[in-house]
Design a protein around this ligand. Structure first.
Ligand SMILES: [Zn+2]
Ligand SMILES: [Zn+2]
Length: 390
């Protein structure tokens, strides 16, 4: 059966899968039911599967001819959000919601797997379907640790995200840096507590903290090129208990994000500023960084291949853009740092269907018309990659 016709037939199934995942969302590394559904669906299509990374799935489709191997990835996890969409297939799990579109990704990749399995005889090479748990908290690394990129060795990886900031009917794919690295920090400033009426006898950590919060904002323009995107955000500050006592300590937390190679220098510049301001005021500090995501950077030749597939799907080059980058993080970077990879955004915004809420919002929803485009993008990218002359 030809691919287009087969997909048309599978559209009701595609929507049904997405709605079922939506109705029964599960948090990161707790996607047990989701994992079982994925395995059952793939086994029904004759694709071998195995569990990986606790709640993930690795499936391998071997074409009947020799060739390279491409990995197609979908994330699986939902968020700790109480849904407010009022959809008839609204979440039945209290306080848990697919508010990022991963329900759609799983449905798209499952239907793509079924379509590709049907073409097995003509496929030269292998396709790995990677259903990854806990994207929202860097679950990809666990798959890497459990050798998702080996047996068989993966040559390239592709992933995509349904995106509510881009209109349905558009696909965006950039060369190079596309989603930011994120590093989280906890900074303790220790001074000496005392009475607010004779503050000169104390070392005021609130005053020191306020200097630091202001001063580190200069890193973006005064210490690095302003054309290199960097964000330093404080998202939590705690210290003190009343109106007359200077506290002994303030705890600050936040994140540093960057979308530029060698961006890790920003962490050193941040610490240098903290150290010098503390020295100026005779305070002490303790600073800890935790990595959230590495920067996600697209391999230009893979991005070109995806762009061609997207043009073919949308039949209009104008609708394939290369200008969407975001300071949000994405752990697909774990794959992209190891094999040449590409990550695309599939527009899912349709104002008439109320699908323009931001990701992670309690009213977030996707335009289901975008599911067909995402499915095609998985299929066409895999076929184009495996057809390319090595
Ligand atoms: Zn998300
Ligand atoms: Zn997401």
């Amino acid at each position: 059966m030809n691919l287009k016709k087969h997909l048309e037939e599978l559209v009701p199934e595609l929507i049904c899968l997405r709605r079922d995942f939506h109705q029964y969302p599960e948090l990161g590394f707790k996607e047990f039911q989701t994992q079982e559904k994925i395995i059952a669906y793939l086994n029904n299509t004759g694709i071998e599967t195995r569990k990986i990374a606790k709640t993930g799935v690795k499936a391998i489709l071997s074409g009947e001819k020799q060739g390279r191997t491409i990995l197609l990835r979908s994330d699986m996890d939902a968020l700790p959000v109480q849904e407010e969409t009022g959809l008839k297939f609204q979440s039945l799990h209290k306080g848990v919601m697919h508010a990022c579109g991963h329900d759609g990704h799983m449905a798209m990749l499952l239907v793509a797997a079924k379509l590709l399995a049907n073409l097995k005889e003509s496929i030269a090479g292998k396709i790995i379907f990677a259903f990854q748990p806990n994207e929202e908290d860097a679950g990809a690394y666990k798959m890497i640790e459990e050798d998702i990129l080996k047996n068989p060795d993966v040559d390239s990886a592709f992933g995509c995200h349904l995106w509510s900031q881009l209109k349905t009917g558009t696909i965006d794919i950039c060369d190079g840096p596309v989603m930011a690295a994120s590093h989280y920090f906890t900074l303790n400033i220790t001074g000496r507590g005392g009475h607010a009426g004779f503050a000169h006898e104390s070392i005021d950590p609130i005053f020191v903290s306020s200097h630091i919060i202001q001063a580190v904002q200069a890193i973006q323009t005064r210490q690095i090129n302003a054309l290199h995107p960097v964000v330093v955000m404080f998202t939590s500050i705690h210290g003190g208990t009343n109106t007359t006592t200077i506290p002994g300590k303030v705890i600050l937390q936040g994140s540093i994000r960057f979308l530029v190679d060698k961006g890790c220098d920003v962490l050193k510049q941040f610490e240098r500023t903290v150290k010098n301001i503390c020295h100026l005021h005779n305070a002490n500090y303790d600073l800890e960084f935790k990595i959230g995501n590495h920067m996600l950077s697209n391999d230009p030749s893979m991005a070109r291949l995806v762009r061609r597939a997207a043009s073919d799907i949308l039949k209009d080059k104008q609708k394939v853009t290369s200008d969407f980058r975001t300071m949000a993080g994405e752990d697909f970077s774990e794959f992209a740092n190891r094999v040449p990879s590409a990550y695309a955004f599939v527009g899912a915004r349709n104002n008439s269907k109320q699908t323009s809420y931001p990701h992670h919002h309690p009213k977030f929803d996707i335009d289901e018309d975008a599911l067909v485009l995402g499915t095609k993008l998985y299929v066409k990218t895999a076929l184009a990659f495996l057809k390319e002359v090595i």
